[in-house]
Design a protein around this ligand. Structure first.
Ligand SMILES: O=C(NCCO)c1cc(-c2ccc(F)cc2)cc(O)c1O
Ligand SMILES: [Mg+2]
Length: 214
């Protein structure tokens, strides 16, 4: 049976990356996506913006919605202080299986917990199942029609505190108009847009950074 694109991406990481070296994993994926097959990782240009937001914040508790192959998981986890924790949710079991191996090749499994399932099922269980009070940083990169309902669900579950930073991918392409309108008009958020490009292309895309004001 034909291999899948995530499997071919993992093969490229195995071939070109150095085990335990997160930067080599990131570079191997970016090279594969630029020169072999486009894939929906955040990529190097928006990834650098993600890096700067994470480095400035130094979060202890991180939630990622949408793991895919683990590219942004590795980008974030490599910047976290030891003892910090990243929980990443992925609905698609095939993506999750690839991501586990990518995260392990980067040597970051000690600070990453990959959970398979639907975000709306797991968000209400964060406190009792993972012992999480609130998150310092949330990266939204999953189904675009889930950004807004899941943000409201995180608010309702008390998972956001004064100063929690939400960073959303793809706010232009494919676009999340309902989410953007909400965070830009709600008195509970201070929001700003980082203009960039859709991964590995010249098309416009960007990241929206929104600070929860409590
Ligand atoms: O659906 C996405 N993510 C959730 C599923 O894992 C996603 C899609 C695209 C994209 C696709 C097709 C196209 F033509 C343009 C953009 C890009 C992304 O960065 C994404 O995160
Ligand atoms: Mg994305």
């Amino acid at each position: 049976t034909r291999s899948t694109r995530p499997q071919r991406l993992l093969n490229a990481v195995r071939k070109h990356a150095t085990r335990g070296d997160p930067q080599s994993v990131i570079s191997a994926i970016d090279h594969f996506c630029r020169h072999s097959e486009w894939a929906m990782n955040i990529g190097d240009e928006k990834g650098s913006i993600l890096d700067s937001v994470v480095s400035e914040l130094n979060p202890e508790k991180v939630l990622e919605l949408g793991t895919y192959c683990g590219y942004s998981t590795v980008r974030i986890a490599r910047l976290l202080p030891p003892g910090a924790r990243l929980i990443t949710l992925e609905f698609n079991a095939d993506y999750a299986a690839i991501a586990r191996q990518v995260i392990a090749l980067a040597g970051l499994e000690d600070r990453v917990q990959l959970v398979e399932g639907a975000s709306e099922d797991w968000i209400p269980r964060m406190k009792e199942h993972f012992g999480i009070e609130t998150f310092d940083f949330v990266f939204l990169d999953h189904w675009k029609d889930r950004y807004l309902p899941d943000t409201k669900l995180m608010e309702d579950c008390g998972l956001l505190r004064k100063g929690t930073v939400l960073l959303a991918d793809n706010v232009i392409c494919p676009g999340v108009p309902d989410y953007l309108q909400y965070v830009r008009n709600s008195l509970s958020y201070k929001s700003c847009y980082f203009k960039s490009h859709l991964e590995y292309t010249k098309a416009e895309d960007g990241l929206e950074k929104s600070v929860f004001l409590g």
